[in-house]
Design a protein around this ligand. Structure first.
Ligand SMILES: [Ca+2]
Length: 136
C-alpha cells in the first residue's frame, strides 16, 4: 500500500488547494476541468467530466481512472492518448463511479495510484456544469 497523507479539504470552494503535489517523481499534469453530474436522461451513461493535459508530454491514459468519494472507479483506458494541451471528455457509460447529485469529491488517479487532482462540488441541479477555473 502507498502511504498517502490524509487529505484536508478546505470546504470553502470547489477546488482542493491542499491536493497532494508531486514529490519524488514527476507526475503528468492532468487536471479535471469540469464535471457534469446531473445530465438529463440516463445519468449512469451521460454523466461526464472534462480533463486537460497541461503538460508538454502526451499521456497514454491506460491505467488512469477517476474515483468518487465512495471509492468507485471510472476507467479511462478506452480514451487512448491525451495530447499536450488537449481537453478530453470522459463519459460514464455505465461505469461504477457516480457523480452524485448531492455533492461529491472526484479524484484523478494515475496508474501508480498517485492522486494527481481532486475537485469537489456541492448539491447540483439538472443540467448544471461545474467548471474548476482555478485549476488553471
Ligand atoms: Ca448524478
Amino acid at each position: 500500500m502507498v502511504n498517502m497523507e490524509k487529505e484536508v479539504l478546505d470546504g470553502n470552494g470547489f477546488t482542493d488547494d491542499t491536493a497532494p503535489s508531486p514529490s519524488h517523481e514527476e507526475l503528468p499534469q492532468l487536471k479535471i476541468v469540469s464535471l457534469f453530474p446531473n445530465p438529463t436522461g440516463d445519468e449512469s451513461k451521460f454523466e461526464s467530466a472534462d480533463m486537460i493535459n497541461l503538460g508538454k508530454q502526451d499521456v497514454d491514459l491506460s491505467g488512469w481512472k477517476l474515483r468518487d468519494a465512495a471509492n468507485k472507479n471510472c476507467f479511462l483506458d478506452d480514451l487512448g492518448t491525451i495530447l499536450s494541451n488537449e481537453i478530453v471528455q470522459i463519459q460514464r457509460q455505465n461505469q461504477d463511479m457516480a457523480l452524485h447529485n448531492a455533492g461529491d469529491t472526484i479524484s484523478l488517479i494515475a496508474p501508480n495510484d498517485k492522486v494527481v487532482d481532486t475537485v469537489r462540488y456541492n448539491k447540483t441541479q439538472s443540467g448544471r456544469v461545474f467548471f474548476f477555473t482555478s485549476q488553471f
